[in-house]
Design a binder for this molecule. Structure first.
Ligand code: ATP
Ligand code: MG
Length: 271
């Protein structure tokens, strides 16, 4: 289970995020990025954050600590922005918190190098969870104290929006041509050899166990939260063994995915 902490104060919206995540302070005196159950993207975004965030951690990736944030909507009463106030009003109860990495920078491919092994591990992981939201336009990675951190797994596991079609996802390819790390010559084979044997059903079950029941109840086609949990485990596990064979990297090699530095930053340019 995720640790549960109560929200004490809503601080400020993080305007970059499409789902209008907010920075909050909690009763444990820590700051969290809060993702709201009442956001337009719905609770499945939060389920994906927990399943994939926990899985990523278990595989050794850096992911901010996740907690369940208990929100009393009264906190929103003094909020001047009606959009934020509406979101808080619609999100009483359990929301998702991610430990705020104060001072973290957005991943910048021109400023941060990633070795092929690390790039391969991230691309392989994103292929497993079918993450469509780690492109070079929107990398959803942060650099904090010199290390790469993964955030924002809310747009993964598209199959959970239509469970009847989920079994077919076992054999579907993953298009990594736009992936933020495609340019670093990701060593997919090495990543698969290292990570795939570790993604057992037991390990997936542990990750899925952390999803709060309230986000899994009344899922059409399932009679209990645990039945939904089993569906996540089965669908992910069916992809593990062979997903590396179906990862499509940019045609013409890694350089195709490399946005270049502007001329004024390139030594000798313009001369
Ligand atoms: N744990 C964190 N620590 C510091 N900054 C964070 C953290 N999580 C998110 N951010 C910042 O907030 C932004 C929005 O967060 P995130 O990408 O998770 O939200 P989103 O609404 O899902 O965004 P998107 O528009 O990509 O769908 C990030 O790009 C990053 O700048
Ligand atoms: Mg994002």
């Amino acid at each position: 289970m995720l640790d549960e902490v109560a929200v004490k104060r809503y601080v400020v919206p993080l305007r970059e995020g499409g789902s209008l995540p907010g920075l909050v302070e909690a009763e444990d005196l820590a700051s969290y990025v809060m993702k709201f159950t009442g956001a337009g993207q719905g609770r499945k975004t939060l389920v994906a954050e927990v399943v994939c965030g926990r899985l990523a951690r278990a595989l050794g990736f850096r992911v901010p600590e996740l907690v369940a944030l208990d929100l009393d909507p009264v906190i929103g009463l003094g909020e001047p922005d009606p959009e934020v106030q509406g979101l808080i009003k619609a999100s009483g109860g359990t929301n998702l918190g991610m430990r705020y990495l104060s001072g973290a920078l957005g991943f910048d491919p021109l400023a941060y190098g990633v070795d092929p092994l690390e790039a391969g591990r991230v691309v392989w992981f994103d292929a497993l969870i079918n993450n469509v939201d780690r492109s070079w336009r929107n990398p959803n990675m942060l650099v904090w104290h010199g290390d790469l951190w993964l955030i924002d797994h809310g747009a993964s596991m598209i199959w959970h929006h239509n469970w009847r079609g989920a079994p077919a996802w076992a054999d579907k390819p993953y298009d990594a041509s736009d992936h933020a790390l495609a340019r670093y010559a990701p060593d997919i084979a090495a990543a698969a050899a290292e990570l795939a044997p570790r993604v057992t059903e037991a390990m997936l079950a542990e990750a899925v166990a952390d999803v709060p029941d309230v986000w899994l109840t009344d899922e059409p086609g399932f009679d209990s939260p645990d039945a939904v949990r089993r569906a996540y485990v089965e669908t992910l596990h069916a992809r593990v063994a062979t997903i590396h064979e179906r990862i499509a990297l940019p045609e013409g090699g890694a350089d195709q995915a490399r946005p270049s530095a502007p001329g004024w930053l390139t030594p000798g340019a313009g001369r």
